[in-house]
Design a protein. Sequence first.
Length: 361
Amino acid sequence: MRRTAFSPNFFGFAIGIPLILVIGALEAFRPLGLSLPALTGGLLTLDTMIRVGLFTIILVGLNLLMGYAGQASLGQAAFYGMGAFFSAILTVQARLLGLPLALTAAWWWPWLVMFVGALLVGLTAYGIGRPILRLRGHYLAMATLGLGIVIYILLRENLGLSHLNLTGGFDGIQGIPRLRMGELVLWPAWRYFFLVWLFAFGAIALGLRVVHSRVGRALRAIHGSEMAAESVGVEVSHYKAMIFGLSAAMAALAGSLYAHFQTAVIPATFGFGPSLELVVMSAVGGMASIWGAPFGALAILLVQEALRTQLHRIIPNAQGEFEAIAFGLILVLIMLFLPEGLTTGGLRWLRSRPRLRPRWG
């Protein structure tokens, strides 16, 4: 009898989607008074899971860029911020740009802004990526770092248009409206949770589609050897710029979703520190794995929350520096024992374990 083979991706969706539905339903209906924080000792909240979904969208693009194409990026949070401020400016500050109220008050306007913003950021990144991605190694890392710093300064300094105060300077922009579908406001948080994870699973599906396509094969060839890839007809500069643009567009989309979730944005959220945190999440989850995106985001946010709430029980009067030290030690241990990340390294470890074979008497 023929057996049907199910791929790990099938099981990922088959387990992940019902789990997200259960978490959302738990927070929406609170059966028997149960909630996510109560079941996890306060480590997991709906707010944390929404952030995991947002980071998943960014990390799928970052994994495609770094894990599959082999291109370093230390400025991904800048594209995240571009998406967030694009949505914030064109919803809250639209009157400063002379846009009619009848247009900006429509329920579909923030959605249009979100997707147009992602498209524009992606095209901008593609154009910038053509020259920048000629660099390699630490030179490329420094270039993307510089790009991220430039974008951060522009957001902080009102895009050089101080008389308009478009970005709000250091204080950012407040009062960003909630997303709606007609008369249905996507709030309270459990509604927005479902929306974010719909986009997150869409990002995962897109990432898997890219990986298993001709583009994915080209990216792996580029990662292995750019010269060898060129010798077999791969347009290296085009593919590198294309995946750079796609990763930027996904980060911008997550930024718009973040803006409407938080209802306020400030430039400090999108500086070098957050970019470095995204790279850490990617490495912990597994850069060469699309499924490493949600696992990496969840692992880092869980560790941060556990240290924030539980470290004082181990070290009385522990201050912020102790949290940073403990966090660093945990990252070192993860990289020592699972250098390929939680997903890739974990699967390889499971496959390497000796299997028990049945004995027939």
